[in-house]
Design a protein around this ligand. Structure first.
Ligand code: KIV
Length: 264
């Protein structure tokens, strides 16, 4: 695998080459995922749920994100390291700049991800102006779980789909270099993929995205209540590396997600 950058991801999009992404929280898995052909490692604040055992991502702190990001940074060589800005560490642009700077300087991240649309545009612009690459996140926003009333699909009616569409275009305009779309109807994801020049990575957003992302522990079958858009790849006698390779191949051949994993 060659060095993965925003530019190489855009090239993959242009060439119609699906981008398999995974969450990652430590050095050993960073090495394994990279060797299995995963070009993008997301240190997601999902670690609050799958590593720390909380019911949401809200308790995760910036120091914890930096710790896990630095662990992944020591294991990776060429994969792009994206790290989440956790809850309320980017509530205004200046705070976001300080938080993102720590993720890059102390955590070795190469891009930061933040949730939201219109409310974070100024922040995305400021980070980008200071040379910090940004990944947007629209659709189901786990940090807003209490306002959303649970982990529910978003963009199901025309008005909310239109808002997500406008927010996606505005994020790209503000400088976002990658977009994660979580739990939205497949036709909305398909239209956004066509409308945006930046790569659109789906999770619970159907097969017609530029790439897919899963929470690593879901893929490994460690989640007792897996979301219906995920698939367990650690089965049929596969070892860990084999399971991750099977995921990469399924994304590349567009056999994941299938119809069963695309219901909403
Ligand atoms: O925190 C996370 O793992 C994420 C992914 C679900 C995209 O944001």
């Amino acid at each position: 695998m060659s060095n993965c950058t925003s530019a190489s991801l855009r090239q993959m999009k242009a060439q119609g080459e699906p981008i398999p992404c995974l969450t990652c929280y430590d050095a050993s898995f960073a090495r394994l995922l990279e060797a299995a052909g995963v070009p993008v490692l997301l240190v997601g604040d999902s670690l609050g749920m799958v590593v720390q055992g909380w019911e949401s991502t809200l308790p995760v702190t910036l120091d914890q994100m930096i710790y896990h990001s630095a662990c992944v940074a020591r294991g990776r060589r060429q994969a792009l390291l994206v790290a989440d800005l956790p809850f309320l560490t980017y509530s205004d642009p200046k705070q976001a700049l300080k938080s993102a700077a720590r993720l890059l300087q102390e955590g070795g991240a190469q891009m930061v991800k933040l949730e939201g649309g219109f409310s974070v545009l100024e922040t995305v612009q400021l980070l980008t102006d200071w040379g910090i690459p940004v990944c947007g996140h629209l659709g189901l926003l786990p940090q807003s779980v209490h306002r959303l009333g649970g982990y529910r699909y978003q963009g199901r009616d025309a008005a909310s789909a239109q808002r997500i569409r406008e927010e996606a275009l505005a994020l790209q305009e503000a400088g976002a270099e990658l977009l994660i779309l979580e739990c939205v109807p497949a036709d909305l994801a398909r239209s956004l993929r066509a409308a945006l020049s930046i790569p659109v990575i789906g999770i619970g957003a159907g097969p017609d995205c530029d790439g897919q992302i899963l929470v690593l522990y879901d893929l490994l079958g460690l989640n007792p209540h897996p979301p219906r858009f995920s698939r367990v790849f650690l089965q049929g006698g596969r070892d860990l590396a084999g399971a991750v390779r099977a995921y990469v191949e399924a994304v590349q051949s567009r056999t994941f997600p299938g119809p069963e994993e695309t219901r909403y």
